[in-house]
Design a protein around this ligand. Structure first.
Ligand code: SAH
Ligand code: SF4
Ligand code: F3S
Length: 444
């Protein structure tokens, strides 16, 4: 079936993006071709997310639309993978008969066998509760979205069971990839000219393989020649500690950027969420981080309108934000998810109030982000030049160690290189900079 064209639609988190890149890598190695034009595809893969009702609904409406496409083109093969079918495969099978292949989060890498199987629909969902299931996800060369920046999944699943969260049910138990596999994967990526790696895990602070923890892994990965930058995400406030702060401070290639989602600033709500830390502990960790790594950028996620969240609880979240000061953050309205403990709690914050809290929190976060960016005006920042700006081919785009976007004048010799730039202008979405010096490597 060589030469057939596939289109991949990805919803959800970076791990899902990485899983999609792996599926694409498998298909390209087998002779298939990737297309970004849905109309010309022979195969469509929908890699789904179930974390909130919104992405879940979006996945279903996308799958629904494919029905029409398949009518026009009956040989079209439709595959649905990831977190939605992991839980909902029977529903998909019954309600969407135009879907040919269904795979979950443990076996998505078997996509080729299933696409080529002569029996359709071809479905396999492994039980999320089997210990170690999924451990054996083989090493797969991804088809990178960005040639210089790659995701590397180092930990899958989650054991924390926050009461609102479906991830432990659709991604299974927490398991860490052996460090030697991680290092091998990073070495291979470095050979392909990748300069920056993002180590991914649902709560990567808890990475643990026979006593090898995240700081050890960061050290090992940063030793790989050719790699200039290392990032990691998502940190969990209960696992984030001084050993990780030290790694950020002491390993030059580890970037000063931490995504540490508080979710709420109210102890009562944090407890109902089963987050495993208090507001005071969160603030203390952030203060310790900012003291040891003063130029760090802090990012977070928040849920507003969790069941039982009062105006006072929400005030506590605003006050936590005032105290900690974020560079970037994502705010979500609470969305009840099946299987989770909070599904049985009364979803008692009215929709318009959830929305009001979302806007108020977003306004505060936006103001903080703008002030933080303004403070960088005139400063010199290291950027990794990723390529041409998508909106202007005379410009190039890069990112600072703090993960902020910087636009510079086009200079093709800088592609995939580190450079120091002087920040000359700040806009709400990016900064403009002037290259002062190309760097041979990290000079921190
Ligand atoms: N492992 C990460 C989060 C993964 S889910 C962590 O523990 O922080 C990404 C984000 O989606 C979460 O941080 C949370 O803010 C949001 N989220 C998860 N479940 C949600 C729900 N039921 N309703 C609204 N937001 C939710
Ligand atoms: Fe979900 Fe909590 Fe696990 Fe994050 S730590 S994936 S929010 S259960
Ligand atoms: Fe979504 Fe699954 Fe990631 S539910 S957030 S794609 S782990």
């Amino acid at each position: 079936m060589k030469g057939r064209r596939f289109f991949v639609k990805t919803f959800g988190c970076q791990m899902n993006v990485n899983d999609s890149e792996k599926m694409a890598g498998i298909l390209v190695s087998a002779g298939y071709k990737k297309t970004d034009n849905l109309k010309e595809a022979d195969i469509v893969i929908v890699n789904t997310c179930s974390v909130r009702a919104k992405p879940d609904n979006k996945a279903y409406s996308f799958i629904g639309e494919l029905k029409r496409l398949k009518k026009e083109k009956p040989e079209l093969v439709v595959a649905v993978t990831g977190c939605v079918p992991q839980r909902d495969w029977k529903f998909i099978l019954e309600r969407y008969p135009h879907v040919d292949v269904i795979l979950g989060t443990f076996n998505f890498y078997r996509i080729l066998d299933f696409l080529e199987s002569s029996s359709k629909p071809s479905v396999e969902i492994l039980d999320t509760f089997l210990e170690n299931e999924g451990e054996i996800i083989p090493s797969i060369e991804p088809l990178l979205t960005n040639p210089f920046v790659a995701y590397v999944t180092v930990q899958r699943g989650c054991n924390r069971f926050c009461t609102y969260c479906i991830v432990p049910y659709v991604r299974g138990r927490e398991r860490s990839v052996p460090p030697e596999n991680v290092v091998d994967e990073v070495k291979r990526l470095a050979e392909e000219d990748v300069k920056e790696v993002h180590l991914l895990g649902q709560n990567v602070d808890f990475y643990n393989y026979n006593g090898i923890r995240l700081p050890d892994l960061l050290y090992m990965v940063s030793q790989v020649e050719g790699i200039e930058r290392v990032r990691f995400t998502t940190s969990h406030p209960a696992g984030f500690d001084i050993s990780i702060i030290k790694a950020i401070k002491e390993i030059p290639k580890v970037c000063e950027y931490v995504h540490l989602p508080p979710q709420s600033g109210s102890n009562r709500i944090l407890e109902r969420m089963n987050r495993g830390y208090t507001r005071e502990e969160y603030i203390e960790k952030v203060m310790m981080l900012k003291e040891k790594v003063p130029d760090v950028a802090l990012s977070g996620d928040f849920i507003v309108g969790f069941p039982g969240e009062t105006a006072e609880d929400f005030e506590q979240t605003l006050s936590l934000v005032e105290t900690c000061v974020f560079d970037q953050a994502f705010v979500f309205e609470y969305s009840p998810r099946p299987l989770t403990k909070a599904f049985s709690f009364k979803d008692d914050v009215p929709k318009n109030e959830k929305n009001r809290r979302l806007m108020e929190l977003n306004n505060l976060l936006k103001k903080q982000a703008e002030e933080k960016n303004l403070s960088l005006l005139g400063s010199v920042q290291e950027i990794l030049v990723e390529g041409l700006s998508p909106s202007n081919s005379e410009k190039m785009i890069g990112r600072t160690r703090n993960n902020k976007i910087v636009i510079i004048d086009r200079n093709d010799s800088l592609k995939g290189k580190l450079a120091n730039v002087k920040i000359e202008e700040i806009t709400p979405f990016y900064m403009k900079g002037k290259v002062i010096k190309q760097l041979a490597g990290v000079e921190r």
